[in-house]
Design a binder for this molecule. Structure first.
Ligand SMILES: Nc1ncnc2c1ncn2[C@@H]1O[C@H](COP(=O)(O)OP(=O)(O)OP(=O)(O)O)[C@@H](O)[C@H]1O
Ligand SMILES: [Mg+2]
Length: 204
């Protein structure tokens, strides 16, 4: 049998606490002796770097369809170069954003969800996908970065969140209420990961 690690993804709107909880989780798992690869999307690959530059400088906005294609291209490289080799080596891969970010963000911008799913068919399914769910006002309040107009951003974040919550109902994401103190949220996150890893070691 092929040795395989575990693939865990964190999703959530901007400022939901992904970086915070991924850092805490990675530290805890490493202390327990697990070999963890921490990664994120946009990735550090060639297309990921292009996307980061685009997202940060947003001079000429590309159409959301082109954004979806770019994110899928980056994901293809990310999966091939980083995720699959690490899983095959038996490592735990923890990714800050993955397929459901494309579905929620480009979906909220009006792109067909089916088309996004279709172009991402190559992407392996995570073993656990955690949605850190916060109200947009919480997320925006936690962010220090400046944004264009609060209202515009707020309504967009609201749409993104609603799509994420739809994926929870469809059983694709597990929701954790992240509108609570960090320690409480982290406790729930570690419980979910503990269950996943316990299940993995029991299987033949
Ligand atoms: N449960 C929480 N309670 C209070 N503050 C929190 C909580 N979770 C995160 N924070 C704080 O909110 C800020 C944003 O969190 P973080 O950077 O982890 O979010 P993120 O989801 O990674 O955001 P981004 O999308 O911008 O990368 C940080 O200053 C963090 O310390
Ligand atoms: Mg972050």
């Amino acid at each position: 049998m092929v040795k395989r690690g575990a693939f865990i993804v964190f999703e959530g709107i901007d400022g939901s606490g992904k970086s915070t909880h991924i850092r805490l989780l990675c530290d805890a798992l490493r202390q327990q002796g697990y070999d963890v690869l921490r990664t994120s999307e946009p990735s550090r690959g060639r297309i990921g770097r292009f996307i980061r530059d685009y997202v940060e400088h947003r001079r000429n906005r590309l159409s959301p369809e082109i954004e979806a294609l770019l994110f899928a291209a980056d994901r293809f490289e990310h999966v091939k170069q980083m995720i699959t080799p690490a899983l095959e080596a038996g490592r735990i891969v923890i990714s800050d954003r993955y397929l459901h970010s494309s579905l929620a963000y480009q979906g909220a911008a009006g792109v067909s969800l089916e088309w996004i799913r279709e172009m991402n068919r190559f992407a392996p399914r995570p073993d656990l996908c955690i949605l850190l769910d916060v109200r947009p006002e919480t997320g925006l309040g936690r962010m220090s970065r400046r944004r264009r107009t609060v209202f515009e951003v707020y309504t967009f974040q609201q749409r993104v969140r609603n799509l994420y919550l739809r994926f929870v109902e469809q059983g694709e994401l597990v929701k954790v209420d992240a509108d609570r103190p960090v320690e409480e949220v982290q406790q729930e996150v570690s419980g979910l990961v503990r269950n996943l890893l316990a299940g993995a070691s029991e299987s033949p």
